[in-house]
Write a protein that binds this ligand. Structure first.
Ligand code: UDX
Length: 488
């Protein structure tokens, strides 16, 4: 290759997207990657091997991305042999494997290997998950500009990640004593909202040497060292905290709800629109038959129940929630992900009356096309574990929520759903059938209840933000301009 060609090559904008290897973050990162592809930027999407294996069987996702000549999947080993639907308990196992196996290989790829300046196709901007602080270090070592993508909620990022060093310094974490209802005063902006019980779940530790605490403290220090931070939210939704966050990280791109922005932009740029049945990048196979079941129901009558890709529940909790939902007398669509019941699901332990009622008014699937489910007119409520993707997908469709948070950001999200956005009920730290039944009725009975009204307002603000001149569309445009400028 002659000198001028080499120079042209090095000037080609080439983004490396590197998500943490879990279903939710990968799904989101693929959407961001596709938006960048549509703008003509070259994208390499780096997955660790264990999460890439199920994606390889997802022909629809592969065929969608195969139409972008500027898109490429790459993988890096993580040493995880087994392909498993990991549960929350497996989170640190996966992160430790990435740290031990993927990190050194990734460093080599970036510093001297296939993605480095010495390669034919050097990376000009890196977009790792914000949780990968090692990737920020490697980008800085390789002199590559880095913009982090944080897929947990901004309310959690602010209260429990970026402020974790402050919480520790103020003596708010670890908790002393058992008063979980005490308000946290050391985090600017949420002094009258967040109690100890509403901080991210890892704050409930008594041990500051806990690996999760160490991981998050590292993230708190690395995010402000980057050139920018991408968040899946829209300005109005998180105005309470964004103004504080911008003092620490001035360059924030709010590009949410990412799934609806993605759908709008892909649709506008696709000629074969009729072939597109789903815009989801779910790594697991979706059972779309539940959409036909939903078609048979009146508008806003069905409660959708799902705890995402990592949360689990005990058999006792399953029965409490199940009885609560059945006793609310709402038809229900329930996602029972394999592996989501601790100790396994044993039908012989389920009271026959529950199974009978379920046959009459329920539909159970292993994995649903959730974005389409939430957008279906029959859905009137969502009983959720309050994962950030599920929460913003529900906000985008104006579906009120019953929140039963499990871990990480979910404790913060459920508090914001009830106290800030006022579009649902937070059942945090409780699980009994009477409470479930009441919460389901509260969010679904009467079209004009307060939860439905707020949900409609957020839905319309979400739609506005992804319109042509909306804030999220503008932020994506600015992100693309900045990537081009950083690449030159
Ligand atoms: C994890 C964390 O648990 C969550 O708190 C964090 O905010 C992101 O990473 P997860 O537990 O899977 O994610 O929850 P969530 O963020 O809600 O993501 C679940 C995703 O799976 C959503 O995009 C949802 O649409 C999709 N999904 C879920 C399906 O496609 N089908 C289903 O049946 C259930």
């Amino acid at each position: 290759m002659d000198q001028s060609n080499q120079q042209n090559k090095t000037l080609e904008p080439h983004v490396l997207v590197f998500p943490i290897p879990f279903q939710g973050p990968v799904n989101c990162a693929l959407k961001l990657a596709e938006l960048l592809c549509l703008s003509g930027i070259c994208v390499t999407f780096l997955n660790t091997e264990h999460i890439h294996r199920p994606l390889l069987r997802h022909t629809q996702v592969l065929s969608r991305f195969s139409r972008y000549p500027n898109f490429k999947f790459e993988t890096v080993p993580d040493g995880l042999e087994h392909e498993k639907p990991v549960s929350g308990d497996g989170f640190m196992e996966v992160m430790a494997a990435v740290d031990a196996v993927s990190k050194p290989l990734f460093r080599e790829m970036m510093v001297s290997g296939s993605l480095s300046r010495k390669s034919d196709r050097p990376v000009t901007v890196m977009i790792p998950d914000a949780c990968f602080s090692f990737a920020v270090d490697i980008a800085i070592e390789a002199s590559v500009p880095v913009i982090c993508f944080e897929t947990v909620s901004p309310c959690c990022l602010w209260t429990s990640y970026l402020n974790l060093p402050t919480l520790i310094e103020a003596g708010d974490v670890p908790f002393k004593g058992n008063d979980l209802d005490q308000f946290i005063k050391s985090v600017p902006g949420t002094e009258h909202i967040i109690r100890r019980r509403d901080l991210a779940s890892f704050c409930r530790t008594n041990d500051l040497s806990d690996p999760v605490i160490k991981l998050i403290v590292k993230e708190a220090h690395s995010v402000p060292r980057t050139q920018g931070l991408i968040l899946n939210t829209f300005e109005e939704l998180d105005s309470l905290i964004l103004k504080h966050m911008r003092k620490l990280c001035p360059n924030i791109y709010t590009i949410g709800p990412l799934h609806t922005l993605h759908k709008t932009q892909v649709t506008a740029n696709t000629t074969k629109q009729s072939e597109e049945t789903t815009f989801s990048n779910s790594v697991w196979k979706e059972d779309r038959t539940c959409l036909n079941w939903l078609d048979k129901h009146d508008p806003k009558t069905v409660i959708y129940v799902s705890i995402g890709s990592l949360a689990t529940m005990t058999v006792e909790q399953l029965l409490e929630i199940w009885y609560g939902v059945v006793n609310s007398v709402k038809p229900f669509l329930w996602v029972r992900r394999p592996g989501s019941i601790t100790g396994g699901y044993d039908e012989s332990k389920v009271p026959p009356e529950l199974l009978e009622r379920t046959k009459e008014i329920g539909c159970i699937v292993e994995w649903a096309p959730q974005e389409d489910v939430l957008a279906h007119p029959a859905i009137g409520g969502f009983l959720t574990h309050s994962g950030w993707n599920s929460t913003i997908e529900s906000i985008a469709e104006g579906v009120p929520m019953v929140c039963w948070p499990y871990f990480v950001d979910q404790q913060v999200n459920s508090r914001f759903v009830e106290e800030v956005w006022k579009m649902g009920v937070d059942m945090k730290d409780t699980c009994d059938r009477l409470r479930v039944e009441k919460a389901v009725r509260d969010i679904m009975d009467s079209k004009h209840n307060v939860f439905t009204q707020h949900a409609r307002t957020w839905e319309s603000l979400a739609k506005e933000s992804i319109s042509k001149t909306g804030s999220s569309s503008n932020h994506v445009g600015r992100l693309i301009d900045d990537i081009l400028a950083m690449s030159s």
